[in-house]
Design a protein around this ligand. Structure first.
Ligand code: MUC
Ligand code: MG
Length: 373
């Protein structure tokens, strides 16, 4: 089986509400959808998400890397030789991990479909068929966030909440997170993601205040490059300190796990450069004593199904997953067997990721020229 043709399509999708991170305010969302066609095998689907202000790359640049640099080295190759494909992409261009992830994802989808199995089978098989869900609150408005969390509790879709607190005054943000915790029933949990916004001095007083207020986890409190600060914070905090943006490569995972520079790690298929690398990093981090959280870059049905397949195979996923992308988007370009029920995400059965592209919706949402970043 050989790769015959690769296409990539930028799509712009509306969100249910504005999503506010420390470094980005998302009023809509952009995905790059990849289709890898083979000569006598199935077509594979991959996807990367682009968040302007968060990512190092604009969607047009990502598409150019995929079309002009990565696709040419994959054409004619057997998509089932996954590490070989990763090696070819690494030799073609440094970095660009999310672009490589989208293409590797499609190759994994092809491999599983060709075997007639779900992608989870390629990663050792599922150890769970449901993932404990975390909902991300990111409007910055306490009343709205309390109401949104209560709706999720009433609908029985989420009981764990992660609130983004990296924008604005740290003291007001800590108070907002604690007030949210107090407004919700005991059975709910609240954690925070600072998305690198604080310096170490701020984190030193803010983390104990969060702990005193019943917050469960603080994610990436300081800059991604501040490994020494992260280590000091992890070592003196009663609260779980989670790394996210700081750990993308396996070398960074080694550095964090080896020196206990955090207690937990948010893994992300896009950030780590694909499903195989994410599996590798997850197992390394677990061996180094780090607890795991299944992260997202707000992928749609394709990327979310792919992540869910892998996360379902990880023996330890102590902090659940935040695969809420399809719930935040008003529309999508694929359908899938993803089901959100009983506070969990039911993992699709496949074949492959269990996602099916809808060509009409892809055409409808496709970006026309000069539509944005
Ligand atoms: C993260 O965990 O920092 C992207 C979307 C979102 O809600 O958070 C970021 C990822
Ligand atoms: Mg994060």
């Amino acid at each position: 089986m050989k790769i015959e043709r690769i296409t990539s399509t930028i799509v712009d999708l509306r969100l249910q509400r504005t999503h506010r991170l420390a470094m980005a305010t998302m009023a809509r969302h952009t995905l790059v959808v990849v289709q890898v066609h083979t000569d006598d095998g199935p077509t594979g689907l991959g996807e990367m998400s682009v968040i302007a202000g968060y990512d190092a790359m604009a969607a047009g640049a990502a598409k150019a890397v995929i079309d002009e640099v990565l696709a040419p080295v994959l054409l004619g190759q057997d998509p089932r030789r996954l590490w070989h494909a990763i090696g070819l992409m690494d030799r073609a261009i440094k970095g660009n991990l999310p672009c490589k992830a989208a293409l590797e994802m499609a190759c994994v989808d092809i491999t599983a479909r060709a075997l007639g199995v779900s992608a989870a089978a390629l990663f050792g098989g599922a150890v769970r068929d449901r993932l404990e869900m975390v909902w991300v609150l990111a409007s910055g408005d306490l009343e709205q966030e309390v109401q949104e969390a209560r709706e999720k509790l009433d609908q029985r879709t989420h009981r764990h909440f992660l609130v983004k607190i990296g924008t604005g005054d740290p003291r007001a943000n800590v108070e907002r997170a604690v007030a949210l915790r107090e407004a919700l029933p005991e059975a709910a949990t609240v954690r925070v993601d600072v998305n690198q916004a604080w310096d170490e001095a701020t984190a030193r007083w803010a983390i104990p205040a969060l702990h005193a207020g019943g917050i469960a986890v603080v994610e990436q409190p300081v800059h991604a490059s501040a490994i020494d600060a992260m280590r000091r914070l992890a070592q003196c905090s009663l609260l779980t300190v989670m790394a996210d943006e700081a750990v993308a490569t396996s070398q960074e995972a080694m550095a964090y796990a080896g020196t206990h520079a955090c207690d937990a790690l948010s893994i992300k298929v896009s950030k780590h450069g694909g499903l195989l690398r994410t599996q590798q990093i997850a197992h390394m981090a677990a061996a180094g004593g780090l607890a795991l959280f299944g992260g997202t870059m707000i992928e749609g049905a394709i990327g979310t199904s792919a992540c869910a397949q892998l996360y379902s195979t990880l023996p330890d996923l102590q902090w659940g997953c935040q695969l809420f992308g399809p719930q935040l988007m008003v529309d999508d370009v694929a359908t899938s067997g993803l089901r959100y029920e009983d506070f969990t995400l039911r993992v699709p059965h496949g074949p492959g990721f269990g996602a099916t592209l809808d060509p009409d919706r892809l055409a409808y949402h496709q970006r026309r020229a000069h539509a944005g970043p």
